[in-house]
Design a binder for this molecule. Structure first.
Ligand code: 13P
Ligand code: SF4
Length: 331
C-alpha cells in the first residue's frame, strides 16, 4: 500500500461532495466547458478535471481545446495564458484571488526598468509571471522546457532571466550560460527546511529526494532528481526506488500516489512549526468545489486581457510551444 504523509488539505465541510461533483460534471457537459487543473489542486478538483497537468501541459491543452468555455483551476497566470491563447473563448476561474507569490515578485514598472538597465539582453521569463511581463518578453519557458529554451539561444546572446532566481541559478549551472537574474521567488518552495529534510532522510536512508527547481539551491544540491511537477510524477512512476521525499507543493502527492501506488511518498518538511501547512500553496488552495460550482453556474470570474498586451504576450508563448514539441511528444 502506498502511504502519503502530508499535513493534509482543507476539505470542504458541510457539503455533499459527491452531489456537488455530479452537478459540476453536468454543468461542464451542458456548457461545453473544459476543466483544466494543476497538480497542486485539491484531490476533489483534480478528480473532476478533464486534464490535470503542469504549466506546459496546461498551456498545450488550452491551445488545442475545442470547448466554448475554459474553466481554469490553478492560479491567475495560468488562466491568463489560456486567455492569451484563446481570445475568442470565455476563460473563467473559481476565484480572482488565486494569484502567485512568484508572479507578484515581478511588478511591470520595476521589470521594465530592469530591462532598460540591461540593453541588448534577450528576455526569457518563466511562465509564472503576469501577462504584462510576458508582453515584455522574447521567450517564455516552464520548468519542463527551460533548459531546452535556454539552449536554443545563441551562445553570444546575453540573457535576462526572470522572475525566479532559484530556477535561474539552477539553469546557469545546467546550461553553463551567464544570465542576469531577477530576484523573485516562490514562498512555498522557499519554505523547505534543509535541516529537517536531512533529518527525515536519516530516518529513511532508502528514500530518494526529488525536488522542483523553484526550491532553493541547498535543497536542489541534495536532490537525486530535479524536475517539473509532471517530471517528478513520471520519475516516481518509472524509477526503481520504493520511497521518495518530495520537495514541492503537497498537492502533487495525489497524482503521484496514483502513478506509483505501491511506493511510499513523504512530503519534504518546511521551515515553520509543525502546525503550518507551508508546503501548500495558499493561492492554489483558494479554489474549492463550492467556488468552482458557482464559477460554472454564473460563468464568472472571467479573465480579460487588453489587446495591446495580448498581441505582444502571445508571441513568446507561441515560440515556447513551438520549441516544446519534443517534451510534449514524450507525454
Ligand atoms: P510546473 O510547471 O512544474 O507544474 O510548476 C508550476 C508551479 O507553479 C510550481 O510552483
Ligand atoms: Fe506560485 Fe509558488 Fe504557488 Fe507555484 S507554488 S503557484 S510558484 S506561489
Amino acid at each position: 500500500m502506498s502511504r502519503v504523509e502530508t499535513r493534509g488539505h482543507r476539505l470542504a465541510t458541510n457539503v455533499d461532495q459527491p452531489a456537488l461533483q455530479n452537478k459540476i460534471r453536468e454543468l461542464k457537459k451542458s456548457k461545453n466547458a473544459v476543466l483544466l487543473a494543476h497538480y497542486y489542486q485539491v484531490p476533489e478538483i483534480q478528480d473532476l478535471a478533464d486534464y490535470v497537468g503542469d504549466s506546459l501541459g496546461l498551456s498545450q491543452q488550452a491551445a488545442g481545446t475545442s470547448a466554448d468555455i475554459i474553466v481554469f483551476a490553478g492560479v491567475l497566470f495560468m488562466a491568463e495564458t489560456a486567455k492569451i491563447l484563446n481570445p475568442e473563448k470565455k476563460v473563467i476561474v473559481p476565484t480572482l484571488e488565486a494569484g502567485c507569490s512568484l508572479a507578484d515578485s515581478a511588478p511591470p514598472v520595476g521589470f521594465k526598468k530592469f530591462i532598460s538597465e540591461n540593453p541588448g539582453h534577450l528576455v526569457v521569463t518563466y511562465i509564472n509571471c503576469s501577462a504584462e511581463i510576458k508582453a515584455m518578453s522574447d521567450l517564455v519557458c516552464t520548468s519542463s522546457n527551460a533548459e531546452r529554451i535556454i539552449d536554443s539561444i545563441p551562445e553570444w546572446q546575453p540573457i535576462i532571466f526572470a522572475p525566479d532566481k532559484n530556477l535561474g541559478r539552477y539553469l546557469i549551472e545546467k546550461t553553463g550560460r551567464t544570465m542576469k537574474l531577477w530576484h523573485g521567488s516562490c514562498i512555498v518552495h522557499e519554505s523547505f527546511a534543509i535541516d529537517k529534510l536531512l533529518n527525515l532522510y536519516q530516518q529513511h536512508p532508502d528514500a530518494k529526494i526529488i525536488a522542483h527547481p523553484e526550491a532553493e539551491g541547498h535543497i536542489l544540491k541534495v536532490a537525486n532528481f530535479i524536475g517539473s511537477t509532471a517530471a517528478l510524477i513520471d520519475y516516481a512512476r518509472n524509477d526503481e526506488a520504493q520511497k521518495y521525499i518530495v520537495a514541492t507543493e503537497a498537492g502533487i502527492l495525489h497524482k503521484m500516489k496514483e502513478a506509483a501506488p505501491h511506493k511510499e511518498l513523504l512530503a519534504a518538511p518546511s521551515n515553520e512549526n509543525n502546525t503550518c501547512a507551508c508546503s501548500e500553496c495558499g493561492f492554489m488552495k483558494m479554489n474549492t468545489l463550492e467556488n468552482l460550482y458557482h464559477c460554472l453556474v454564473e460563468e464568472r470570474h472571467e479573465i480579460h486581457i487588453p489587446d495591446t498586451i495580448r498581441h505582444k504576450a502571445i508571441l513568446p508563448i507561441q515560440r515556447m510551444l513551438e520549441l516544446s514539441k519534443p517534451e510534449m511528444e514524450n507525454r
